[in-house]
Ligand binder design. Structure first.
Ligand SMILES: [Fe+2]
Length: 358
């Protein structure tokens, strides 16, 4: 069996080329239609030109966005109106000085000066290191646990994620230009997946404009008629003319594509430490390029759920006390799947480091 890397740090094991072995998976491919499965290349039903011409991809897109709108509406009352307006218009929320000054300095100091057991992955010339925020670290730094439990924080995460499920949290260090390698695939504007989902950054260090800041195309989270037509075309063409990551469901867009979609140039989040940025990752985003080595450190959040569930309540694994264990458990599960050859763990143990040190 062959393996493919989807850029998210996980690797899927490809179906065998033997038709018998390949087709026993058909029920799973069919079930995949009702999940967040997004890879056109790994699931022949999702990748079928005939079905996508008939509207399969667009039907999933429309249904996922309609359900997300309903879930979000039920969380709306917990988020201030001006932040909701910002998000509904742009697809992102930016809040400077999110944590009171003195608290932020204590929290930032505790995280940036600690030796933390990390995992690392290289993409292109960028090394990304992550420290899962499991129960032990939350106990060691009580301010961190208190922040993640605070109602203001949880409501913002839930609104963008469209669910009260607790996101996965990490301390993330991004070392741009730190290694030899081809160009970083995260520099290309892309949508992570076809349905609304959350990524958020509480920056612990300043991010300079030439420090590979996050970029986001304002308004690109909205399912406009032009976007629907673009998605329909991509779903039909991607297996013939798309790049590898687009084929795996993270559709890339070029500058002329943005123009034809009537979208603006990306907003660059060159922001001071203690800025919180939340984005809907079905909108187009990327890491900006830079010609100098750079490092940024952030408290990073990720939440991507089955887009076809109607409810907003968190399941038992996504609420306290188990939610804090989940981030550690997932890493261990992929370590195990890697050992038995079922998946590839791209987040390798990287030893103990202070987050700003490579
Ligand atoms: Fe992305």
């Amino acid at each position: 069996m062959g393996r493919q890397h989807d850029g998210s740090g996980r690797t899927a094991v490809n179906p065998s080329t033997s038709p018998v072995v390949r087709w026993w998976r058909a029920p799973f491919w069919l079930l995949g239609l009702f999940t967040g499965a997004k890879s056109f290349v790994d699931n022949p039903i999702l990748g079928s030109r005939r079905l996508n011409r008939a509207g399969l991809h667009v039907a999933r897109l429309r249904a996922a966005h309609a359900l997300a709108r309903r879930r979000r509406a039920r969380i709306a009352r917990f988020v201030p109106a001006e932040l909701r307006e910002q998000f509904d218009r742009d697809g992102f929320i930016v809040i400077r000085d999110f944590v009171p000054d003195e608290e932020f300095h204590r929290l930032g100091g505790a995280l940036l000066n600690a030796g933390l057991d990390a995992r690392a992955q290289q993409q292109g010339d960028t090394v990304t290191r992550r420290v899962p925020l499991g129960p032990e670290l939350r106990r060691r730094i009580p301010k961190l646990g208190a922040l993640l439990r605070s109602s203001r924080w949880r409501a913002l995460m839930a609104y963008v994620a469209t669910s009260w499920s607790e996101p996965l949290y990490y301390v993330q260090s991004v070392f741009g230009g730190a290694a030899l390698g081809p160009s970083d695939p995260q520099l290309e504007l892309h949508s992570d997946t076809f349905h609304p989902s959350l990524k958020a950054w509480l920056f612990l260090t300043d991010v300079a404009d030439d420090g590979r800041p996050l970029m986001y195309v304002a308004g690109s989270h909205r399912l406009t008629p032009k976007r629907i037509e673009w998605e329909r075309r991509k779903s039909i063409e991607v297996l013939e003319s798309g790049d590898r990551l687009s084929q795996r469901g993270s559709l890339r867009v070029k500058a002329d594509g943005l123009r034809s979609l009537g979208l603006p140039q990306p907003t660059r989040f060159a922001v001071p430490a203690n800025t919180l940025v939340l984005v809907d990752t079905c909108g187009f985003h990327a890491r900006a390029a830079s010609d100098r080595p750079s490092v940024r450190v952030e408290l990073w959040a990720f939440c991507r759920q089955n887009p076809f569930i109607p409810w907003i309540a968190a399941g038992p694994l996504s609420r306290p006390p188990l939610a804090a264990w989940r981030v550690v458990g997932l890493l261990r599960m992929f370590d195990w799947l890697d050992r038995i050859g079922m998946a590839k763990q791209h987040w390798k143990r990287a030893g103990r480091h202070q987050p700003t040190e490579l």
